[in-house]
Design a protein around this ligand. Sequence first.
Ligand SMILES: NC(=O)c1ccc[n+]([C@@H]2O[C@H](COP(=O)([O-])OP(=O)(O)OC[C@H]3O[C@@H](n4cnc5c(N)ncnc54)[C@H](OP(=O)(O)O)[C@@H]3O)[C@@H](O)[C@H]2O)c1
Length: 261
Amino acid sequence: METVLITGASSGIGCELAKVYAKNNYDLVLVGRRIERLKQLKSEIKKSNPKIQVKVIEIDLSKSKSPEDLFLLLKKENIKIDILINNAGMGVYGNFLELSKEEMKKIEKMLNLNMIAIVKLTKIFLNKMKTHKKGAILNVASTAAFQPGGPLMATYYASKSFVLSFSEGIRYELKDTGIKVSALCPGPTITEFEKMSEIKNWRDKIKVMSAKKVAKIAFRDFKKGKKIIVPGYLNKFSILASKIFPRELLLKIIKKIQQNK
Ligand SMILES: NC(=O)c1ccc[n+]([C@@H]2O[C@H](COP(=O)([O-])OP(=O)(O)OC[C@H]3O[C@@H](n4cnc5c(N)ncnc54)[C@H](OP(=O)(O)O)[C@@H]3O)[C@@H](O)[C@H]2O)c1
């Protein structure tokens, strides 16, 4: 049986990915800060599939030492990771110039979580995968990664462009190793993202996908080894538009969408 490590499994897309992998008989390591939520998910999963192993770990991945701590903890328990899913992420909303000191601290945390933790976890687990000449890494970016920028969420958009670029770059480096790297680029999805990012209520204003649907498509396309996974036609269209429309016009549209939050 293969083991999949999912960061940010306590809610949203990560939680649904955990359920899909459980259904397909993978052992799971589920990571997040809200341990009670992870324990609850574990008992739910064990009830529906008692054959699989589920380990839950409480860790704050925005802290510099956390990726190494997580790796050492798993090493101590002799748990080998076959698939790494770097899903944990958050956003910070606001006009960059007007962000307070407190909000800037949040941005630093976000950049650590959305970029640095992914790079560190990828490096640590890749070393092991290289030894076994087998493994797979799925990094969760966003359709935001394709846009020229994200006025009012500029640092978040930039962090997702980083995730996409990093994933494509190392995928190419690893093409002859048996290790595959993919990027998942969801569009607006119903999760706890807005609550965590302190964004008001935009969900009823634009069409969104369920986290369950995103996870189902992600599982299917990642298994096929697809480089960039974009769930849903509307999201595929938004990426196409980002390649056709002038960058200035896209920035204007994105700002309008963000202003409605
Ligand atoms: N929802 C969308 O519209 C959308 C669109 C495109 C991309 N995405 C991306 O999808 C990914 C999943 O987000 P989601 O929409 O499912 O949101 P979510 O429901 O808020 O889930 C985010 C997950 O990340 C975890 N997390 C947050 N901060 C963490 C930290 N410091 N250390 C460890 N784990 C942390 C959270 O767990 P704890 O709070 O328990 O730590 C939670 O499980 C993110 O990378 C996000 O950028 C979301």
